[in-house]
Design a protein around this ligand. Structure first.
Ligand code: GDP
Length: 359
C-alpha cells in the first residue's frame, strides 16, 4: 500500500487518464505529487528524465504519458506512434529502474491483443496472433513497454506492473475530429448536427464493430487499486467486460444529445478490428468493480465539457472537467451491475481501509 506521504510521479498528468489519476490521488489524500508539463520536461529525453528521477527520487510512478489517437491518427502517423511511445517509456522505465522506485504502474492498451483474438480477450492471448494493422505501430510500442517492465523485474528486481485499459472516455478527452477516438468524435459530431439542425450525421465505417468503453474516473480508480494491491508480472485488463456496436453507441449518444436526425454510415472509412472486449475476471477476482454505466457516463461528459468552440471545425476546445464524478453514481438505474457506487471520496476512504482481496 502507498503511504499517504509517499512521493508519487504521474507522468502524463495532463492527459485523459493521467489527469484522472491525479484527481483520484488527491481525493484519496496523496498530496506529495510530482507532475511536469510537456514544456517543463520532454519525457522522450532520457537525460532530462534521469535528472528528474535523481533529483526527486519518487517512490511510486504512474506512467500514463503516451502519444495516443483514434483510428485515423494511428493510420496516418505510425512513425510518431511507434517512436514517441518507445522513447517515453524507455526513458521513464529505465530511470525508474536505475533509481529503484518502490513501484511503477505502466499503462498499455487493449489494442496490444491479436486482431482475431477470441472474445472476451483474456490476458494470456497477448502475442498469440497477428495485430490489427490500423494501430500496429502503437500496439508494438506498448508490447515493448510490457516486455521492458518484465525485463526490469527479472534482471533488477523492479516492482513494475502493466495494466491494459480498454477504450477510455471522460471530460478531458481529445475532441479533435481528426485525431480523437470514436466516443468523443461522435459526441461532438452529433452535438454539431443538432445545433445546425442537420438531417443526417456521418459515422465512419459500417457501424458493426464492437467496442468496450470505460469512464476515466473508473479507470483511475482501478489504477490506484492495482498500485495498492497487485504485484505480479502478469498484465491486467481494466474494463467493464461489456461491449456495444458503434451503431448502438451513435444511437445512445443521439438520445443523450437529443438529436433526432438520421445516422448514416461512411463505409469509405475503416472499421478497424471487428470486436474488442476485455475479459476482466482477473481484476474482478482481485475485488475491484467498475461503477459508472456507459449512458450515465456519456451524459455526464456531455454536461461537463465546454462545447462552445465545437462548431468551429479547426478548434480544439478547452475542457472544464475538473470536478470529481459524483451526481449520477448514486442512481441505481445508472450504475453498473447494480453495484453500490460510492462517490469518489467514499470510494477512496474504503480504499484506505481495504476490503479483503486475494494476494
Ligand atoms: P479503434 O478502437 O482503435 O478502432 O479506434 P477508434 O475509437 O478511432 O474507432 C473505433 C471505431 O469507431 C472504428 O470502427 C471507427 O471507424 C468508428 N468510428 C465511427 N465514427 C468515427 C469517428 O467519427 N471517429 C473515429 N475515430 N472513429 C469513428
Amino acid at each position: 500500500m502507498m503511504d499517504h506521504d509517499a512521493k508519487i510521479f504521474v507522468a502524463g498528468h495532463r492527459g485523459l487518464l493521467g489527469s484522472a489519476i491525479v484527481r483520484a490521488l488527491r481525493i484519496a489524500g496523496f498530496m506529495n505529487l510530482i507532475t511536469r508539463s510537456r514544456d517543463q520536461l520532454d519525457l522522450r529525453d532520457n537525460g532530462a528524465v534521469r535528472v528528474l528521477f535523481e533529483r526527486e527520487r519518487p517512490d511510486y510512478v504512474f506512467l500514463a504519458a503516451a502519444r495516443v489517437g483514434g483510428i485515423l491518427a494511428n493510420g496516418t502517423l505510425p512513425v510518431e506512434f511507434l517512436v514517441e511511445n518507445l522513447a517515453i517509456q524507455n526513458s521513464v522505465l529505465i530511470a525508474a529502474c536505475d533509481t529503484q522506485v518502490k513501484k511503477l504502474l505502466f499503462l498499455g492498451s487493449s489494442c496490444i491483443y491479436p486482431r482475431m483474438a477470441p472474445q472476451p480477450i483474456r490476458e494470456e492471448y497477448l502475442l498469440t496472433g497477428p495485430l490489427e494493422p490500423s494501430n500496429r505501430a502503437y500496439a508494438l510500442a506498448k508490447i515493448a513497454g510490457i516486455e521492458l517492465c518484465n525485463a526490469c523485474r527479472s534482471e533488477y528486481g523492479s516492482n513494475f506492473i502493466s495494466v491494459m485499459p480498454t477504450n477510455l472516455y471522460g471530460p478531458d478527452d481529445n475532441f479533435d475530429l481528426t485525431t480523437s477516438h470514436v466516443l468523443p468524435a461522435l459526441l461532438r459530431k452529433i452535438h454539431i448536427a443538432k445545433m445546425r439542425a442537420d438531417t443526417t450525421v456521418s459515422v465512419w465505417g459500417t457501424g458493426t464493430p464492437r467496442r468496450e468503453f470505460l469512464h476515466v474516473t473508473d479507470a483511475a480508480d482501478a489504477c490506484l487499486f492495482l498500485m495498492n494491491h497487485y504485484d505480479s508480472a502478469e498484465i491486467v485488463n481494466v474494463g467493464t467486460g461489456e461491449e456495444i456496436t458503434i451503431g448502438d453507441l451513435a444511437q445512445s449518444i443521439a438520445e443523450i444529445v437529443g438529436y433526432n436526425g438520421e445516422i448514416v454510415y461512411d463505409t469509405s472509412r475503416p472499421d478497424g478490428t471487428p470486436r474488442k472486449v476485455l475479459d476482466v475476471s482477473r481484476l474482478i477476482g482481485l475485488g475491484w468493480r467498475p461503477c459508472i454505466a456507459l449512458k450515465a457516463g456519456i451524459a455526464r461528459v456531455y454536461q461537463e465539457v465546454d462545447k462552445s468552440a465545437w462548431l468551429d471545425p479547426g478548434s480544439r476546445p478547452s475542457q472544464q472537467g475538473n470536478s470529481a464524478f459524483d451526481a449520477t453514481q448514486n442512481d441505481p438505474d445508472l450504475s453498473l451491475h447494480g453495484a453500490a457506487c460510492l462517490p469518489d471520496s467514499d470510494r477512496y476512504r474504503r480504499e484506505r481501509n481495504p476490503i479483503q482481496v486475494s494476494p
